[in-house]
Design a protein around this ligand. Structure first.
Ligand code: 5RP
Length: 304
């Protein structure tokens, strides 16, 4: 039986103080349901409104990518510094400790490889499994202008509709076919199509010319992919320019896990994204962290 002893009547109702209904801070997400907003708040840090997503889903079409051969050794040490882990369910279940409290953005497409046509994807994860995994968002790629453009858009629509049923947001990734020009016109088109179809946020690439207009023309947040490995200062400069011009964060892979010091690099990226650190200062932080680094796993392995 419920304990009813010593129950007191409520008397402090804050009469005269209006209940606060703060607008939700994620771009374009003000009218979403509580569960959607809560999941987006796990992705976009409420303090900065931005996100550092660590992308290590590359193996789903290109196998054991450099830096991802042993994800237990290279990715697990980075978990503490990422807001989000973006990966496949296979990587998650096989190497990521379930005690990790990062938001998970689950790669839900597949069906092609580097040996075949990249745009020919299908949805390769059931929504039930995304829920079982406790995904904060689900994701697939759209290949605007590519051979299988229509199928890839269909995949996105399917994912958005199933996610909406359960309050799980969808991130659309703008995949770029080899023959596409990476310019303002292309990314304005691709990001806007994704948002109009209902994607809750979009992953794009940074471009030197017109990125600010790409962000402005997209009614939901844009996060940038890192792309191919650059020298650390260049990657930090790219992240800084993207944030400065309206990106809500990064979804970075190779420029972190292929860095000379991935643990230092992810912290430097975090300083740019969350604290508006200038690239030179963030690079200094990278160098300091690298200098005072604990022995890396190669040295440990050799000495044991
Ligand atoms: C591949 C992806 C990757 O997650 C994305 O490209 C991010 O990785 P990187 O920073 O290495 O480009 O979506 O389809």
């Amino acid at each position: 039986m419920a304990d009813k002893d010593d129950i007191k009547e409520g008397k402090d109702f804050g009469i005269g103080i209006p209940q606060q209904n703060k607008p939700f801070y994620v771009k374009g997400a003000g009218a979403l349901d509580w569960g959607m907003q809560n999941r987006l708040a796990r992705i976009f840090n409420p303090a900065s409104g931005r996100t550092v997503m660590l992308a290590f889903d590359h193996g789903y079409f290109q196998g054991p990518t450099t830096g991802l051969e042993r994800m237990d050794l290279t990715i697990v040490p980075l978990i503490a510094y990422a807001d989000v882990l973006m990966c496949t369910r296979g990587a998650l279940r096989s190497v990521i400790p379930p005690s990790a409290t990062n938001a998970i953005v689950l790669r839900c497409s597949g069906g092609q490889s580097i040996l075949t046509e990249l745009s020919r994807e299908l949805i390769a994860v059931d929504i039930d499994d995304a829920i079982r995994i406790n995904a904060a968002a689900i994701t697939t790629q759209i290949y605007i202008g590519a051979e299988y453009e229509h199928q890839s858009i269909k995949n996105l629509v399917q994912l958005i509709d199933t996610g909406n049923r359960y309050g799980i947001p969808t991130m659309a990734v703008t995949g770029v076919g080899a023959q596409m020009k990476r310019d303002e016109r292309y990314f304005s088109l691709a990001t806007r199509i994704a948002a109009e179809l209902g994607a809750h946020y979009v992953k794009s690439y940074f471009i030197e010319e017109g990125f600010e207009r790409v962000c402005a023309g997209c009614p939901v947040p844009i996060v940038i992919a890192g792309g191919k490995k650059l020298p650390e200062l260049d990657a930090l400069t790219m992240a800084h320019q993207a944030i400065d011009q309206g990106a809500a964060g990064v979804d970075m892979g190779r420029n972190i896990f292929q860095s000379d010091d991935p643990v230092a690099m992810i912290q430097a990226v975090g300083a740019v994204v969350h604290s508006n650190e200038k690239p030179e200062k963030a690079f200094q932080l990278y160098q300091q962290l690298k200098a005072r680094n604990v022995p890396d796993r190669t040295r440990v392995a050799r000495s044991s």
